[in-house]
Design a protein around this ligand. Sequence first.
Ligand code: NAD
Ligand code: IPM
Ligand code: MN
Length: 351
Amino acid sequence: MPGDGIGPEIVAEALKVLERVGEIGGLDLEIEQGLIGGAAHDAAGHPYPEATREAARRADAILLGAVGGPQYESLERDLRPERGLLGIRSDLGLFANLRPAILYPQLASASTLKPEVVSGLDILIVRELTGGIYFGQPRGIEERNGERVGFNTLVYSESEIERIARVGFEAAMKRGKRLCSVDKANVLEVSELWREVVERVGKEFPEVELSHMYVDNAAMQLVRDPKQFDVMVTGNMFGDILSDAAAMLTGSIGMLPSASLNSEGVGLYEPIHGSAPDIAGQGKANPMATVLSVAMLLRHSLNRNDLAERIEAAVGRVLDQALRTPDIFGEGMKLVGTQGMGDALVAALDD
Ligand code: NAD
Ligand code: IPM
Ligand code: MN
């Protein structure tokens, strides 16, 4: 599902990589194209049309580019591209969003932070994706006392907190065994419950060192000393914001992939960035976040860790070749566009 803006450009490169890695690994892939976001609204009158929904329900895994763009901002809210993305996440029950922020050593100087602050960075943000303020009811804009008020509801049930906490603990068990739960328990009742439930789930994982942090401090700590973190678990909106901040630690938002999983193991894979209207159509978007999302797809949905590692190694090799899209470009590097980067990645799969 390529979507809008740079979506089709980056998904085209990611598909080249997927097809080549499929040949190498003897994968019997059947790929369908689906409309989502503004492109789907233009063609079918809805950002998440029924045909897309059916294709999504048939699929073992979904690769998505990005949705949205200024031309859609005047649409009524339910028809906006972003609603398509929220629709597919909710429809498939993709509550667990994994956003790894890993610094490739070749990009230490591409980060806006000092190399020593980010070198060796490897953190995982576990973001709850189908609840919280994004979906809470009531919501709306209405007239009250002679003026309009806008309102949304931040709500989490114990079961929603419990299942995302468990994903966080399980991820921590496979990594550095440290989990930091991020909330705003000094102000919000939702967070008070969040903390209590996370603590309770933590009893099942005595080996994991659990800590809690307020979200404002967490934002500051992420840029002060990001390597203090192993796994972070948090709600929908806090996770959205913190993961964009974490992206910059790795050199560019064009580097961060994600996996959104449900309890049946179906996954949707997409870069964490958006449709980048400011550079769309110019052939200069970085396709690496989408290509690394393909790696996550192979690992989490198709059980082919070997091929995931092959893609991740190809990214490293291309960076060794000094090839850079503009977002990660620097002195002494060779500038390439989206397609040039995709071609180099495909070639590097065979090395
Ligand atoms: P954005 O992530 O699209 O862009 C932010 C900045 O990062 C821009 O300067 C852009 O050029 C740059 N950037 C993003 N991806 C890049 C890449 N692969 N290579 C190089 N540079 C890249 O965020 P925004 O501008 O706030 O939002 C634009 C639109 O995208 C909005 O309609 C928004 O709703 C939508 N959006 C969609 C998703 C998604 O589909 N998952 C995520 C975020 C934003
Ligand atoms: C993301 C995006 C989406 C979100 C928007 C486009 C709905 O920012 O995937 O991070 O907020 O979840
Ligand atoms: Mn976001």
